[in-house]
Design a protein around this ligand. Structure first.
Ligand code: NAI
Ligand code: UGA
Length: 435
């Protein structure tokens, strides 16, 4: 199948490279010429395990990139994988999606090619219910096109995680096809047929309405975010009683109805999607006159965890004027992404207290340096700990679990662990956030 993907960022590039690997002819369209050049030269514009190899193999061949929307004319369907950031009030900002939809409409309207079949435009980005119907389809139609005759729309949300995006895309727990037309469903089935054949085991397909598909994505992300907030709430109770929240989580995870994943309590969730998607669906619900109490509480609790971490260090040391090590800056291990990382409120809380911060992360230092150029950055955890009067763990990198004698070099060995990364040992004052 020939397909195009508008937006060649984290999602667009991963999806494009995987679909090319599965045998499709894929062209990505991006306004960023560096991204386009990289892909055509066989270089991945983003870092994801396994992606370099796929782009190296197919870039410039079955996987091409362009800045020209006219490329979609040679394809049967176009996916929109554009950003959906937040407005200041937390609501979804659809400017990129609407601009992309308008450009697709203009390209399709300009064609002499009286194609027998209408072009399918698929929303891959995360958008609040009814966006495809009410905000995107009309922008495509603005170019003088008729929905149903010239184009169709559908929603096919993406559930991949950063750091495991390629593996997640190729072996999804489910595929969601939100359509209102059998022709759209048939095209999505064709698109994913090679993936379902190649996947380990059966991949369930959820065939549903367009708005339902859009909502499934928010329900998925906010359920997971709320699950983490709930285990953090339970963990905070555990801490008050001197109970180990990780032993509690391991036990409840054995109940199939609860499940063992997303039960790691600590300093909270961040990243490019949980915070923005939670805010967006809360704002969208409130616009409809409904106030989602549990989701709002999940956000509130998440916002409070960094302060709890800081109050634990306050219990042991007055950080003002003291060297304090911040271990981990990325929003989760395995990535250099610092978007909405919990390290930001932790750093700002330490700055407010007048601490002399020294930060370390195996891969995210350069990104953080751009945001906080005045902080000292260490080349290793050992260097960060040397002479420090306290340390806080913000990201659960595996390497922190191996730290041991390094703590002996601290001026005062107070360690507050927000991710249960450090082993308790004699000679350090250890505080786990929820254990
Ligand atoms: N990052 C992730 O792991 C996941 C993201 N999502 C959702 O996917 C969507 C896209 O997210 P990312 O890939 O992370 O975004 P991104 O910011 O990495 O990539 C977006 C790309 O779109 C390009 N772009 C912007 N305006 C354009 C235009 N008018 N025409 C063509 N290209 C344009 C940008 O240059 C950029 O390369 C969002 O809705 C996000 O919530 C969903 C699942 C996972
Ligand atoms: O829509 C998206 O962009 C994606 O958002 C998340 O993926 P991602 O943000 O890459 O990372 P996760 O692994 O879900 O972690 C999110 C945050 O939760 C935190 N977390 C996760 C699990 C846990 O047990 N405890 C915990 O604090 C992580 O440290 C991290 O800050 C979802 O897991 C993906 O399914 C979804 O496609």
């Amino acid at each position: 199948m020939n397909l195009s993907i508008v937006g060649s960022g984290y999602v667009g590039t991963t999806v494009a490279a995987c679909l090319a690997d599965l045998g499709h002819e894929v062209v990505t369209i991006d306004i960023d010429e560096d991204i386009v050049d990289a892909i055509n030269n066989g270089e991945s514009p983003i870092h994801e395990p396994g992606l370099d190899e796929l782009v190296a193999e197919h870039g410039g061949g079955r996987l091409r990139a362009s800045t020209d929307y006219e490329e979609i004319l040679d394809t049967e369907l176009t996916m929109l994988a554009l950003p959906t950031p937040s407005n200041d009030d937390g609501s979804i900002d659809l400017q990129f999606m609407e601009a992309g939809a308008a450009s697709i409409g203009e390209a399709l309207a300009g064609t002499e090619n009286a194609a027998a079949d209408p072009h399918l435009v698929v929303t891959k980005s995360t958008v609040v219910p009814n966006t495809t119907e009410d905000r995107l389809a009309p922008r495509i139609a603005d170019a003088g096109l008729e929905r149903g005759a010239d184009f169709l729309v559908a929603s096919n949300p993406e559930f991949q995680r950063e750091g495991t995006a390629v593996a997640d895309f190729l072996n999804p727990d489910k595929l969601v096809f939100g359509t209102d037309d059998d022709r759209a469903t048939a095209l999505l089935n064709d698109l994913y047929a090679p993936l379902r054949e190649a996947a380990d085991g059966d991949v369930p397909v959820v065939e549903t309405g367009i708005a339902e598909a859009e909502m499934i994505k928010y329900a998925n992300n906010t359920f997971l975010a709320t699950k983490v907030s709930l285990i953090n709430d339970i963990g905070n109770i555990c801490k008050e009683f001197g109970v180990d929240a990780y032993e509690v989580a391991d036990a409840i995870g054995l109940d199939d109805r609860i499940g063992e994943q997303f039960l790691r309590s600590g300093v909270g969730w961040g990243g490019s999607c949980f915070p923005k998607d939670t805010d967006a669906i809360i704002a969208a619900a409130q616009e409809q006159g409904y106030d989602p109490a549990v989701l709002s509480a999940a956000v509130e609790l998440n916002d409070a965890q960094p302060e709890r971490l800081l109050s634990l260090i306050d219990d042991h040391v007055d950080v003002s004027g003291k060297r304090i090590a911040v271990l981990g800056l990325a929003f989760k291990p395995g990535t250099d992404d610092i978007r909405n990382t919990r390290a930001v409120p932790v750093i700002e809380g330490l700055q407010e207290r007048g601490a002399d911060i020294v930060a370390y992360d195996p891969v995210a230092t350069e990104n953080m340096r751009e945001r906080y150029p005045d902080i000292e950055y260490a080349d290793s955890a050992a260097i960060a700990l040397e002479g420090a009067s306290g340390a806080v763990v913000v990201t659960g990198w595996d390497e922190f679990g191996a730290l041991d004698a390094e703590f002996d070099e601290m001026a005062a060995p107070v360690v507050v662990d927000g991710r249960r990364s450090i082993k308790r040992r004699d000679g350090i004052t250890y505080e786990g956030l929820t254990w």
